[in-house]
Design a protein around this ligand. Structure first.
Ligand SMILES: [Zn+2]
Length: 227
């Protein structure tokens, strides 16, 4: 079942490695079929060079395995919390991409220092609260959802979990890979800006931040080609 989604999810996991966003097995991608109420996710700890679409694990929204011979990624409960609470999430990606993880480990949100960032996020890429170790993955998922709801579900499509790394989601799996790539590049730009400014960079002016975001996203957007 869900053969095309399994193919997409498998391919997305491999793409994260090719893009340098996932080192070793440090990451996971999943996709949901809202119609069927099933999530397809990477198996836990299976090496990438022999990972095939048939190795993907199909689960329901309670995490019960519906199909697949492997155990799902240990981060499955995090993905499920995101799917249950953020309607527009059709795909979820978690990586330990270098710069984004550095910000998460420094326990800092990624500040908006320029329009490159403002073209995608209407503010910092926020840092969630620290998850509890009790029921850790569910707690992480809930910390993510709570953070996103406090910022704005309509624009906040990625967060950093303190001491851990970035999580993002999107309307489809290709867009989700793009968000993961953009988060890493924004983290790298912000890091270098911070260092060059000797730790006192200037945040992008609020009007410019709003202008750049709104010309690309939402009802007043005018960026790109008209259909
Ligand atoms: Zn992780």
């Amino acid at each position: 079942m869900l053969e095309s989604l399994k193919k997409e999810v498998c391919e997305a996991n491999l793409e994260l490695v090719r893009e340098g966003l996932v080192f070793h097995t440090w990451g996971n991608a999943s996709g949901i079929s809202r119609q069927d109420g099933f999530v397809v996710i990477k198996p836990s700890g299976v090496s990438y060079h022999r990972m095939k679409p048939r190795d993907m694990v199909v689960v329901d929204l309670n995490g019960n395995i519906v199909e697949g011979e492997y155990s799902p990624s240990v981060d499955l409960p995090i993905h499920l919390e995101i799917y249950k609470s953020i309607d527009r999430a059709e795909a979820v990606i978690h990586t330990h991409s270098h710069y984004a993880t550095c910000w998460a480990q420094a326990r800092k949100s990624i500040p908006c220092y320029g329009t490159t960032h403002a073209d995608y996020f209407l503010g910092d890429i926020p840092l969630t609260n620290l998850p509890k170790t009790d029921n850790y993955e569910v707690s992480t998922g809930r910390a993510i959802v709570e953070c996103v709801k406090s910022k704005g579900v309509e624009w906040c499509k990625a967060v950093l979990v303190p001491g851990h790394g970035p999580f993002c989601w999107a309307e489809d799996i290709d867009k989700c890979i793009e968000v993961a790539k953009i988060v890493e590049e924004l983290a790298r730009l912000a890091y270098d800006t911070f260092m060059l400014s000797e730790g006192t960079p200037i945040l992008l002016e609020k009007e410019l931040l709003e202008k750049h975001f709104r010309r690309k996203w939402g009802p007043d957007a005018y960026y790109g080609q008209k259909r």
